[in-house]
Design a protein around this ligand. Structure first.
Ligand code: KIV
Length: 256
């Protein structure tokens, strides 16, 4: 059984753990605990303070992913295809191949439903593993309100999930999707759903690691901050500053 098959098999067995990483050191820590490490294009807002993920480039994704690859040994490593890099099958195939050959990742993630099914089929035909992404689609939306409140929207997202499964994705991220819709989707498809702001009905959960550890201050309902790494860094830097000022560092032990 390959890594992707093992991942799919986790559905209905144990909750699937996914987190983002943008560099080796974080990847090295989370890889021990995660089933999937995502190099998300959220790095555009989290690291580069872009107003949206639309400014994220192929080069940025590739360079960060190369670093992450050095820290990931166990989990599935998936890389987001940036905005405007999969507008048609030919472009998608060229860029997905470029990402995979440069980063040695296990697959790519694309945002969208019915519109991108043909593209997904082309990638699959060429042995490229694809993860889907429904609900809020940060690459194409300004409105970050949760999805699935209206019946028509609910129907469309459920249908999109079924179409993505048929097209060949191995899993689908559901971003900010109303709970009963997440439940319906999860029950209706055989591949795992990974929620972010999409309730505990999903087969697994993903969060942006910087949000979870308190390095990226974000006020979103779906985030739970598990640590305050900003404070740890601040305390360490403050101690260093005090030691240098008081000539307590470097000591003989740290000198040649
Ligand atoms: O870009 C990203 O980090 C993502 C996750 C939020 C799922 O797509």
């Amino acid at each position: 059984m390959n890594k992707i098959e093992k991942f799919i098999k986790k559905k209905n067995r144990s909750k699937i753990i996914c987190l983002t990483a943008y560099s080796k050191n974080i990847a090295n820590i989370i890889d021990k605990h995660c089933d999937l490490t995502l190099v998300g294009d959220s790095l555009g807002s989290v690291l580069y303070s872009f107003a949206s993920t639309k400014k994220v480039t192929m080069d940025m994704m590739i360079e960060h992913s190369k670093s992450v690859r050095k820290g990931v040994t166990k989990s599935l490593m998936i890389v987001d295809m940036p905005y405007n890099t999969y507008r048609n099958s030919k472009e998608a195939l060229k860029n997905a191949r470029k990402i995979i050959s440069n980063t040695k990742c296990d697959g790519v993630k694309l945002e969208g439903g019915k519109k991108i099914c043909k593209i997904i089929k082309t990638l699959k035909k060429n042995k490229i593993q694809v993860m889907g992404h429904l609900g809020i689609l940060p690459q194409s939306e300004k409105n970050f309100k949760y999805k699935g409140k209206e019946i028509a929207e609910k129907k469309k997202i459920l249908q999109d999930a079924k179409l993505l499964e048929k097209a060949g994705v191995f899993s689908i991220v559901l971003e900010c999707v109303e709970s009963s819709l997440a439940k319906d989707i999860t029950k209706s498809i055989k591949i795992p759903t990974i929620g972010i702001g999409a309730s505990a009905y999903c087969d697994g959960q993903v969060l942006v690691t910087d949000d979870l550890i308190g390095l990226n201050k974000i006020n979103a309902r779906f985030v739970k901050q598990y640590s305050n790494v900003e404070k740890y860094i601040n305390d360490a830097v403050l101690k260093f500053k005090q030691d240098v000022r008081k000539i307590k560092f470097p000591t003989k032990k740290h000198s040649y």
